[in-house]
Design a protein around this ligand. Structure first.
Ligand code: ADP
Ligand code: ZN
Ligand code: MG
Length: 483
């Protein structure tokens, strides 16, 4: 068995979030709309219809380019990419070829296996193009919905710097976080708003030559990317081991079977007969314009993670979890601010959010920013626990009720009578009863079976239905049993 190294490069598409389409005035909010209701002569590719460039889409592409550390072109040129397919009404797609908007950038990803290990993947280019229509295959015929045709689409191409399927998955997760932070795309893979086509080849470990690559399509989740690449890497290794050669083809991922299957021979750029789009002027990006866009960029996930580590003394892993999603990071900072007023630290906020709150949201299928549990509300609940007013266990139930009813924590605690019993006299009475009722256990304890203390604490908890302050109860029990 020879040792191989996988080499992966990806082409990623993401729909931009503009109000109108890329080259016409059609409303771009097409998700869920009745088919073919968001169309006009331009996006239907009628003869003689002329495109005009959506300025906001250009800005969003530059935002992505800057976030990916790219150089922004002074002049970018739209080009026609010709091919025939029913979902392409003009017979060509307006894209960019040799003069893209952004080039030569990089993105950093964490290798999930070793969270402290970071690799830098070079970005070859980011360009702007238009989305195709959507084919809906129904039995022996196909239907076309042109609502999607002409939506602005960015294409991001990486260099073949990715080495494992997991690294490819991590790159996509990071990219989604960046696109969402910039609010330029929902980057939702399940809904097709972000799609990726990885190219993968193998080479002998230690070699610096590139092997023949296979392109994989039909991946609509992070999980599918990981599974398909692992499958394809294993398939190519078996092929090479048995003396075969890899052919340059496009493979489709069959989700149900869990395997890749050959779709077609790969086109080369010659087949597309690229040439500059004669109906659109070249795009000129002045330094001032690029500078303005740069100044307006939101804080990006990597920078925010470093700030969280420095300012809030969180571990890298904790900071990563909180900054992977802008809404989560915003929420965390709001809880920290609210908690500061009642003396709570950032780590307490981190533990509550990534623990109980995430668990609850996962179970309920809810979003952190839907307003059911406000940052102030969570800080209030955390304070009740920290002050010893309620037990951590009661707090979980209170949180669930806050979520369901949107009521405030102190109100729920009062109604349900959850206030923790820390009062020594109240607890002493309960403890007296328990000690008197269990003479055998008392004798064993006094004879040296110290572990019985926990059993007694359990009895106190049972009698108070979990409301006893465990520290106070333990101390009182020790006193009572020592006699
Ligand atoms: P093509 O002309 O076939 O589209 P490109 O050179 O444009 O090929 O690269 C397309 C994508 O494939 C890029 O993401 C690139 O990093 C990746 N890639 C190129 N060569 C290889 C290879 N030998 N193995 C894996 N990925 C590759
Ligand atoms: Zn239109
Ligand atoms: Mg290419």
């Amino acid at each position: 068995m020879l040792e191989y190294e996988a080499v992966i490069g990806m082409e990623i598409h993401a729909q931009l979030l503009t109000r109108s389409k890329m080259f016409c005035g059609c409303d771009a909010a097409v998700f869920g709309a009745e088919p073919n209701t968001h169309t006009c002569p331009v996006c239907l590719g009628m003869p003689g219809a002329l495109p005009t460039t959506n300025r906001r889409a250009v800005e969003q592409t530059i935002m992505v380019g800057l976030a990916l550390n790219c150089q922004i072109a002074e002049t970018a040129v739209f080009a026609r990419k010709s091919y025939f397919y029913p979902d392409l009404p003009k017979g060509y797609q307006i894209s960019m070829y040799d003069r893209p908007l952004c080039q030569h950038g990089w993105i950093e990803v964490d290798d999930a296996g070793q969270p402290e290990e970071i690799s830098r993947i070079r970005i070859r280019r980011v360009h702007l193009e238009e989305e195709t229509a959507k084919s809906i295959h129904a039995g022996d015929h196909s239907l076309l919905d042109f609502n999607r045709a002409g939506l602005p689409l960015i294409e991001i191409v990486t260099e073949p710097d990715i080495r494992t399927a997991e690294e490819a998955r991590q790159l996509l997760i990071k990219l989604r976080a960046i696109l969402r932070t910039l609010r330029v795309s929902t980057a939702d893979m399940e809904k097709g708003a972000m799609r990726c086509e990885p190219n993968v080849s193998l080479r002998l470990a230690g070699s610096s030559e590139l092997g023949t690559k296979v392109e994989v399509k039909n991946l609509n989740s992070f999980r599918a990317v990981k599974l398909a690449l692992d499958y394809e890497i294993a398939r190519q290794a078996r092929l090479l081991d048995s003396g075969g050669t890899v052919r340059q083809v496009t493979m489709g991922w069959d989700e149900r079977r869990g395997q890749t299957a050959e779709q077609r021979a790969k086109e080369t750029s010659d087949d597309y007969r690229y040439f500059p789009e004669p109906d659109l002027p070249p795009l000129r990006i002045s330094e001032e314009w690029a500078g303005e866009i740069r100044d307006g960029l939101a804080e990006l996930p990597d920078a925010r993670r470093e700030r969280f580590i420095a300012d809030y003394h969180l571990s890298r892993r904790e900071a990563n979890t909180l900054t992977g999603d802008r809404e989560v990071a915003d929420y965390f900072e709001a809880v920290v601010a609210a908690g500061r007023e009642v003396g709570l630290g950032p780590r307490t906020a981190c533990i509550w959010i990534t623990g109980e709150l995430f668990r609850l949201l996962r179970a309920e299928g809810g979003d952190i920013d839907e307003g059911r549990i406000t940052p102030q509300g969570l800080a209030e609940l955390m304070a009740l626990v920290e002050q010893g007013a309620i037990t951590a266990n009661s707090a979980k139930a209170v949180l669930a009720e806050m979520y369901a009813t949107r009521r405030a924590a102190p109100e729920i605690v009062k109604d349900r009578g959850l206030r923790q019993i820390s009062d020594r006299d109240a607890l002493a009475a309960v403890i007296d009863e328990i000690v008197n009722a269990n003479p055998e256990q008392v004798a064993h304890y006094r004879a040296g079976k110290a572990t019985l203390l926990q059993w007694f604490v359990g009895q106190v908890m049972r009698a108070t239905r979990g409301k006893a302050n465990p520290q106070v109860a333990t101390a009182l029990l020790e006193e009572a049993l020592a006699e």
